[in-house]
Design a protein around this ligand. Structure first.
Ligand SMILES: Nc1ncnc2c1ncn2[C@@H]1O[C@H](COP(=O)(O)OP(=O)(O)OP(=O)(O)O)[C@@H](O)[C@H]1O
Length: 690
């Protein structure tokens, strides 16, 4: 028999029915009618247990079920399970008890046929139900498609995560209602948590973890504990006892439930690539808010949402990498990266070879290294060699000179700042630690770091986490730290200028560079190396170094070490006539008095010739004139530095007095071999200026 109302539905034989009926005659009668109408029957069950067994073998499209069955369980119990599995069902019953009928209605059947039934009743009800099913399925698909599009739009907005998720929460509300929504995930070891509290029809409050901590009297750690820690895979509903049990396992749920009078939850853990535990938790003030249709909807949305999130995270990563590239590029433009390995480090002395051994030993570990040695002994060169010989060599080496920055700026320079963190912080700024992510940071002149900042640096070394100035989140860092100083740190510690705990942390692996005095044997090698380099740079022929000059170089005391030697050789190349071996042009002892030694140790004005005179006799040629100019400039800068107690930058600093940019002054000082020293090292006028 064909369906009587002739609706445009697919053939009845594709529709599989399960009959759940304990009266044998009725069940048989039903089967006969349905088979004749062309339906497929997957089985006749007389109890809930048997019905479930049939369903395990094959899923029916519609279930026809009686209310009272064999065994303790009724058709209403089975109906609840069918609803959970999304299988439509029609009751066939003679029961007209009001209470039972109320319970039947609550299970949301797609039809109800009263016994005794006629063939026509059965077939018409089935036909109408199938039509409604097909129609509502189409409607549901359309609705879900619209929901997916709205979610994609919300998550793709070029705004913060908080705003993206708020838009997504608004999209969810009509489909999966909530009074409180939390979204939490872990990315690169950092926990992120967003909370949305509904306070009006379309009004939400976004309490921060700190706000919640106060309202709920919990710790931030407890609040960040996502409920997925305690639930199975897939969306799971909790109400009454199960909600209370979830609260016992999870402090976050318990605290929020108590503070916001929540009574049920629907927890959706998602497996988003690269992200640990992405969890969306819908919570409601009503115990029976979450039904199987919500679970089913979230199950169907799970994959599309995961794909959306993966795309958003991937975009974010691309944006982050391109930002990082931009930053590295800017940095590299300032900092010409020299590829240093041992071949470029000149010297064969025993002391230097010991240093090479130490470098080889520690380079390929992540151990913090402290490089000690007088000024100009090659500490930066060794830091670069350590980086270039490590597994981090393809990542960036970021150098920061702790002495070159005013104390107020070092913190933001190292750790960055958020927009508005302090007056003048107009833009968010990434610090050098973040810039060095995956690579190495070289903290030069660490002995000059202000005490307050030493504590922060210690925390970074211990916790491997930084916090931007004015920022709220901790950022995990993976940076190898190399520090250097020409100060005696033990003495600094003893005098209370350097934290002992930081000293021990830094000095895990100390490398001490020998001064040039301790390796005079390397002087000829170095001198020749620098002479060739300078001659190449200046485009002059090179005929070696005269014996007299070499002897003098070996005998000299070299307070400024290799940098000083390099400067002396460069000057010798400049004054060389291009035909004869290099000579020094003037006695080393006098000409170097003011070079490369700390400003505090420079000789007083009386140690110098009177203005207009030079240490040499009358200038012989243009080079001599240049030399005199340099000496005069050096003297003048030194005298100004003395007046400013060594301070270069800021109001009243040497740069301002000389009407130069601080960086230009520093460049000139470097060229002239004047070392920077801390203001405290500099004798003040009141303490008796020499
Ligand atoms: N062994 C070496 N071979 C070749 N050049 C060297 C060597 N050691 C140092 N130099 C050169 O000497 C100069 C000073 O070295 P570097 O800046 O590394 O010293 P430093 O100890 O870090 O000085 P400071 O304490 O003043 O920062 C640089 O131009 C460096 O290239």
């Amino acid at each position: 028999m064909q369906p009587s109302i002739g609706l445009p539905l697919s053939s009845t034989s594709f529709c599989k029915l399960l009959i759940v009926e304990d009266e044998y005659i009725i069940a048989n009668d039903l089967e006969l009618i349905l088979l004749q109408a062309g339906y497929s029957i997957i089985g006749i069950a007389d109890s809930v247990a048997e019905a479930l067994t049939f369903m395990e073998q094959e899923q029916p499209d519609i279930v026809l079920l009686d209310i009272y069955l064999k065994g303790n369980e009724t058709g209403i119990d089975l109906a609840k399970q069918l609803e959970g599995r999304g299988i439509p069902f029609i009751y066939i019953s003679a029961n007209d008890n009001r209470r039972v009928l109320e319970a039947v209605k609550a299970t949301q059947p797609i039809g109800y046929i009263v016994k005794p039934f006629r063939e026509k009743d059965i077939l018409t009800t089935l036909e109408i139900s199938r039509y409604r099913q097909a129609h509502s399925a189409e409607l549901r698909l359309r609705e879900e498609k619209a929901l997916q599009i709205a979610l994609t739009d919300a998550l793709s907005e070029p705004v913060s995560w908080e705003q993206k998720l708020l838009s997504a929460a608004r999209v969810f509300q009509p489909h999966v209602p909530f009074d409180f929504l939390t979204v939490s995930y872990q990315k690169n070891g950092t926990a992120h948590s967003f909370n949305f509290y509904r306070v009006g029809f379309d009004e939400y409050q976004i309490p921060s973890l700190d706000d919640l901590r106060q309202v709920t009297s919990t710790t931030v750690g407890e609040l960040a504990q996502a409920p997925a820690d305690s639930v199975a895979d897939g969306p799971t509903r909790y109400s009454a006892d199960t909600f209370a049990a979830l609260g016992k396992r999870n402090r976050q749920v318990q605290a929020l439930a108590a503070a916001f009078r929540l009574e049920s939850a629907l927890v959706m853990p998602l497996h988003v690539g690269q992200i640990d535990r992405f969890v969306i938790t819908f919570m409601s003030r009503t115990a029976d808010t979450y039904q199987s249709r919500h679970n089913n909807l979230l199950e169907r949305l799970e994959q599309p949402i995961v794909l959306m999130l993966e795309r958003v995270f991937a975009f974010e990563e691309v944006a982050r990498l391109s930002e990082q590239l931009k930053r590295e590029n800017t940095y590299l433009q300032e900092e010409v990266k020299t590829l240093v390995n041992f071949e470029e480090i000149i010297g064969r002395s025993q002391r230097l070879l010991q240093v090479f051994d130490q470098v080889t030993q520690v380079a390929n570990t992540d151990t913090t290294v402290l490089i000690l040695g007088e000024s100009g002994t090659g500490k930066e060169l060794i830091a670069r060699a350590l980086h270039n010989l490590s597994a981090r060599k393809d990542k960036i080496l970021v150098k920061i000179n702790c002495a070159a920055l005013p104390a107020t700026l070092i913190e933001s320079e190292l750790f960055g700042h958020e927009k508005g963190a302090f007056t003048g912080a107009f833009e968010k700024r990434i610090g050098k630690f973040e810039l060095a992510q995956g690579g190495t940071i070289f903290l030069d002149e660490i002995g000059e770091m202000p005490l307050e900042l030493q504590a922060k640096l210690l925390r970074v070394l211990q916790e491997k986490e930084i916090e931007r100035l004015g920022g709220k989140t901790l950022i995990r860092t993976n940076v190898r730290v190399i520090a250097a100083t020409n100060r005696q740190l033990e003495k600094e510690v003893a005098e209370g200028r350097f934290r002992m705990d930081l000293y021990f942390r830094l000095a895990t692996f100390p490398i001490t560079l020998p001064s040039l005095r301790e390796r005079p044997g390397d002087i000829p090698l170095l001198a020749q190396f620098f002479a060739q380099k300078s001659a190449r740079k200046l485009g002059k022929p090179y005929h070696g170094i005269s014996d007299a000059a070499l002897n003098e170089l070996i005998r000299h005391n070299w307070p400024g070490n290799i940098r000083e030697l390099e400067n002396v050789i460069e000057q010798a190349v400049i004054i060389n006539d291009g035909y004869t071996p290099l000579s020094l042009g003037r006695p080393l002892v006098n000409s170097l008095l003011a070079m490369s030694c700390p400003v505090s140790q420079v000789p007083s004005a009386s140690d110098y010739p009177a203005q207009g005179q030079s240490a040499m006799s009358a200038p012989r040629d243009l080079q001599d004139v240049k030399q005199i100019q340099q000496d005069t400039e050096r003297e003048y800068i030194l005298s100004v530095l003395k007046q400013t107690n060594g301070r270069i930058r800021g109001s009243g600093g040497a740069a301002e007095r000389l009407n130069l940019k601080p960086t230009t002054l520093e460049y000139r000082m470097e060229k002239l071999g004047i070392r920077k020293v801390l203001a405290t090292q500099f004798p003040t006028a009141s303490s008796g200026d020499r």
